[in-house]
Write a new protein. Structure first.
Length: 100
């Protein structure tokens, strides 16, 4: 399984960017997402940016990753998924009946 990690752009180079996640810096290819600027958030898979994220979405992914770690550690993980607690699961719009 491959997880996408939200990373923050620190510096831009030709076709790549120096990005950081929780203190770890990596050079990430930006060829799939186009031009980026310092401060932007990117969803990164195997050192390749696959999507630009807004700050709220980056925080949501960070919380989910923290929740997975809490579950693996045997700790309470529900607070990390507050947006999912108390509601029925929903299919994304493109998978719902009648979607085109």
């Amino acid at each position: 399984m491959c997880l996408g990690i939200p990373m923050t752009v620190l510096a831009v180079e030709a076709g790549s960017a120096v990005c950081e996640h929780r203190g770890e810096r990596r050079v990430v290819s930006t060829l799939l997402v186009g031009d980026v600027t310092p401060g932007m958030h990117l969803l990164v898979h195997i050192d390749t940016a696959v999507r630009v994220l807004d700050a709220a979405e980056a925080r949501s992914i960070e919380a989910a990753l923290d929740g997975v770690q809490a579950a693996l550690d045997g700790r309470d993980f529900e607070p990390f998924f507050a947006d999912l607690i108390g509601r029925e699961p929903e299919l994304p719009p493109f998978l719902r009946a009648g979607a085109k």
